[in-house]
Write a new protein. Sequence first.
Length: 383
Amino acid sequence: MTIRTGAAVLAAAAFAVAMQATAASAAAGTPAASGNVSQPGGSPDPYSPGYQHPYREGVVPTITRLGQMRQWASNQPQARTSARNLRYGGGIDGIGVTTGQEKVYLVLYGSQWGTQSTNASGDVTLSGDPSGEAPYVQQLLKGLGTNGDLWSGVMTQYCDGVAAGAQTCPSTNTEHVAYPAGGVLAGVWVDESAASPQQATGHQLGVEAVNAAAHFGNTTAASNRDAQYVVLSPTGTNPDGFNTPSGQFCAWHDYNGDTTLTGGAVSSPYGDIAFTNLPYITDAGASCGQDFVNSNGTLDGISIVEGHEYAETITDQNPAGGWTDSSGEETGDKCAWVSPGASGGAANLSLATGTFAMQSTWANDGSSGRGACEFSHAIVANG
């Protein structure tokens, strides 16, 4: 595996502005201006994919769109002085972070996925998956918390059980984000009962997540307390406008109770349901991270983007009751698309199931409490 460095990281000159600004931002401990603002109308940045779409929590912008966002932010005094560190939102329905062993359910949405098979690793494979995204995501999720993984350690510093506005968790706290010992993949469902919509709404994606909870037998609030549902749409579809001029994002996460979802909140008899809108990332090519870390990294963007949303879901499970900064950014937003080799840059993570390109995430305790993008961190255990 060849790691891309220097100028080779960026295949197009248009990406350079975004990468340079983001790398400088991470080195200085300044947010990367990629997330959604938790306020009516979403982000005030007209270039953000969260603008007028507040349900797009933790939205990952395309690399080129991030460059436009950085340029806009550089001309806004309030953006330049945005608070560095994340603060606790007080929880929604008593939920801020994922405190128990993480359970990630992969939902392959739609009959377009084609014929199912199983590979030698026990992963579900599909004839309608030309890039092999489904088994790649399964291997990533199986591998988290293995092979001495300290990428997952960054998130364990955050917790429930503190006052709203807190930026640290006391050593006696017993409600930290759990370390994902031995992997987080809890199940895979290929829902081929109908075709996935060409452009699924936020509401439709939430309904699919609730349906998945029923499919997996998670029919109580307790069974969904530490669960998240990753809704992976098939190639050629545009969930919530992905890969269209009006989308310009790679993924986002939310929960069923968000009334700003397009189509409205989703009723759930099974408690709150956290879910991710994970489109078919390779359809967007380099805009969503292809070859971002590795010269042969066709699938780099998938692990970077899913890792981003996974980290944000476990630290802000019911947005924005968990950990966000004063502008609404989450732990992954502040470190999005930082070039490999830069401070806090993306890199390869070696797990028992393989090697995966991943981004860093925000650590409040980095840089002596000033905060920083970190790729590894000691595991913080409950007091």
